[in-house]
Design a protein around this ligand. Structure first.
Ligand SMILES: [Zn+2]
Length: 368
């Protein structure tokens, strides 16, 4: 039997991995066109959403386009078809086709755009190049001894206590909690007007900022007290499992020219624009899908031999300063496998559902 899903079911699944709150401030990821409660007949996956991609969706009977780049990026004040953005949106609305974008939140996802690129380069030991700041919180909650296990379980299930390859991470200390309920209180332990002392545990867990609302809701549900004593602390620690760009290592050093040939073939680049090759071999490779010049200093700080990305400008190439090799393989080329990545993520959960990879080459750049 064919599965039935709404737009919301599919996009929520993606957002559990790449939450909208992890997108950059300038971005416009999310449902751009469409009603989230609509049933989905089929999904078309593409890097860009253009009129040609909307036509392709119409032809194959897919009513949800999931694209990496948001078709609406800046604000729209009029909608009269004067440019390709407006025409694409108008065509989608007229044909009842929804458009969803998963952009920098997929870039910042640990198993997102860059992990896919790293795999295709053939790198091992992949790590985030620029880990996310202000993305972690510490939650400290106090509860009666007997409820500690139950409360911890609820916190973990809601997403607290994850550090890299470890889950259910917490720290507990014992102590005495004291309180005096007033006349209006309805205390789980003790009675109004009397000071109570209870053996309590203090539970400390790390929580990703995106998960905090869910974790707090779970905490309040599972805690026996009507007033839950808890602290939420911002952390200076970076989240090493979320952020921009990646760095990895080739299993063995590779001849520098042979490495460029390998990249050119793997990413089907017509041309690689690069600064002088500084060493004979390459092993440590930093990279970022799309326009990644903002991560050059991070790539240098990690002692990468080469930094692979797209959209470097003439003057930015000078910034290599003989510290690193910059290799621009093209924006489209670097991110072209993102629809395949989305397909593999979605297929794991929606097994018998109609997902299609777009056959439209949306790269606006030709090489002559
Ligand atoms: Zn891009």
């Amino acid at each position: 039997m064919k599965e039935k899903h709404t737009i919301n079911t599919i996009t929520s699944f993606l957002e559990q991995r790449a939450p909208l709150s992890s997108q950059e401030s300038y971005d416009n990821s999310g449902l751009i066109v469409g009603d989230p409660s609509n049933a989905v007949q089929g999904v078309l996956l593409s890097l860009d959403c253009t009129e040609a991609v909307v036509d392709e969706a119409i032809e194959m009977g897919a009513n949800l386009i999931i694209a990496h780049h948001p078709i609406v990026f800046k604000g729209i004040k009029k909608l009269n078809g004067k440019n390709y953005v407006e025409r694409t949106v108008i065509k989608a609305i007229k044909n009842d086709i929804a458009i969803y974008a998963i952009h920098t939140n997929l870039d910042n996802y640990r198993f997102g755009v860059n992990q896919e690129i790293g795999k295709r380069i053939g790198l091992e030991n992949l790590n985030i190049l620029s880990p996310a700041k202000n993305a972690l919180k510490k939650l400290i909650v106090f509860c009666p001894e007997d409820d500690t296990l139950n409360l911890s379980k609820a916190l973990f299930e809601a997403g607290a206590g994850n550090i890299g390859e470890y889950d259910e991470c917490s720290f507990e200390t014992e102590g005495l909690g004291g309180f005096r309920p007033n006349e209006a209180a309805n205390p789980a332990i003790g009675k109004s007007g009397h000071r109570e002392t209870v053996r309590e545990h203090k539970i400390e867990v790390i929580v990703s900022a995106h998960e905090l609302p869910r974790v707090l809701a779970a905490m309040h549900r599972a805690h026996p007290y009507e007033e839950v004593a808890h602290d939420i602390l911002p952390l200076e620690n970076k989240n090493h499992y979320e952020g921009a760009g990646m760095i990895g290592k080739l299993p063995a050093p590779m001849d520098a020219t042979a490495f460029l040939k390998h990249i050119k073939k793997e990413f089907n680049s017509q041309v690689i624009r690069h600064t002088p090759l500084l060493k004979d071999t390459i092993q440590h490779v930093a990279f970022c899908g799309g326009a990644g010049s903002f991560l050059l200093e991070a790539a240098k700080a990690h002692d990468a031999d080469i930094y692979i990305t797209g959209d470097f400008k003439y003057h930015e190439f000078f910034d290599a300063e003989n510290d690193i090799v910059i290799a621009d393989i093209g924006h489209y080329e670097s991110e072209q496998f993102t629809p395949n990545l989305l397909l593999s993520i979605l297929k794991k959960n929606f097994i018998n559902f109609a997902f299609h990879l777009s056959k439209v080459n949306t790269n606006p750049i030709n090489y002559f």
